[in-house]
Design a protein around this ligand. Structure first.
Ligand SMILES: [Zn+2]
Length: 344
């Protein structure tokens, strides 16, 4: 089969790889119907040292079950399923606590002999715990929104939940990438009163307004902070959802958090230390967030997606075939594409 491998910064290739087969009785084989490129794939795409040996990549996919191991129940060939971006047994103590990203028997796609999602098929470890059945057909118009349940929508939701977004809370979302926009959608769904989206790409912030942003701040740095403070009577917002992962974003997050407020970060941090000192202490600002246990949220988020009440799949603005994946990475790196959907 064909699959995507990354060899180094700027070097992504689509190559022939061995067809996946069942290794463990807990495995399933899934033929990929839709996959996509993640903002977090851009970190290795920007900086990975060159290597002789490529690594499989991609961690968001939905597809059709082709075969299951002897210990997998509840799934049969022909089922349409979505996979969260971390696989997990969904039964261990961490999983039962809703932290499937710390599963004792789980792991990441594209690592330690596990397939990546940007290919024609995937061997899914711990399939019964990992995969969630979707009650739609292969030609459903909902596939992009259902694919967003792999990562970006639950990640935005996790950011909002850990920050404590609810009715009567005010929210600042930092970042107009797919996760930031999904965080807006999640904050709206959780009843937030005011949602200020900080982003400077107008096409994206327009989608953010459709998703529920009440205000958009295009300025960055001190100017951006001043704008948010102006919109909040000088106080900042109860919650700040940091969906970028760069140091200026976390600095802005603290600066626009209201006293007693909470900053949640879900952008994989590309900085070694959190700039959290006496000023944040003085104002009783809390820092939370982390890698999103997408699996914990899929059942909760699924009904609104199936009903068409939310359309997180609108973050996909580019659709490509598998052979165009290298160009898709470049388009996302160049910010000419917001999020690239792959039809293998
Ligand atoms: Zn587990």
């Amino acid at each position: 089969m064909r699959a995507t491998l990354i060899y180094g910064a700027g070097d992504v290739r689509v190559e022939d790889v061995p067809d996946p087969v069942l290794h463990e009785p807990t495995d399933a084989l899934v033929r990929v119907l839709r996959s996509c490129i993640c903002g977090s794939d851009l970190w290795p795409y920007g900086s990975r040292p060159a290597s002789e040996q490529g690594d499989r990549i991609g961690h968001e996919f939905l597809g059709v079950v082709e075969d299951v191991g002897a210990d997998v129940s509840g799934l049969t060939a022909g089922d349409l399923v979505v996979a969260p971006f971390v696989w997990a047994d969904n039964t261990c103590d961490f999983c039962r606590e809703g932290l499937q990203t710390s599963c004792r028997h789980g792991g990441f796609w594209g690592a330690n002999g596990v397939d990546g999602g940007q290919g024609e098929a995937v061997r899914v470890p711990q399939a019964q715990g990992t995969l969630v059945k979707l009650p739609v057909g292969e030609d459903s118009a909902l596939l992009p929104s259902l694919l967003s349940l792999s990562d970006v929508y639950p990640t935005g939701h996790h950011c909002a939940v850990t920050a404590g977004v609810g009715p009567r809370t005010t929210v600042t979302v930092i970042g107009d990438g797919a996760v930031g926009l999904c965080a807006v959608l999640a904050a709206k769904r959780l009843g937030a009163e005011q949602i200020i989206l900080m982003g400077r790409h107008q096409g994206r912030t327009d989608l953010g307004r459709d998703f529920g942003a009440t205000d958009v701040v295009a300025e960055r740095g001190d100017e951006g902070v001043a704008k948010v403070l102006e919109l909040t009577g000088g106080d900042g917002t109860h919650t700040v959802l940091e969906c970028v992962g760069l140091r200026p974003a976390i600095e802005t997050a603290f600066a626009v958090a209201r006293s007693g407020g909470t900053v949640s970060r879900v952008g994989a941090p590309q900085y070694p230390e959190v700039p959290m000192g006496f000023e944040e202490f003085r104002r009783n600002v809390t820092l939370t967030g982390g890698i999103a246990p997408a699996r914990a949220y899929i059942e909760e988020l699924l009904p609104d997606v199936l009903a068409g009440e939310v359309e997180p799949g609108r973050v996909f603005d580019t659709v490509i075939g598998l052979d165009e994946v290298p160009a898709g990475y470049q388009a996302m790196a160049d910010r000419t594409a917001l999020k690239v959907l792959i039809r293998p």
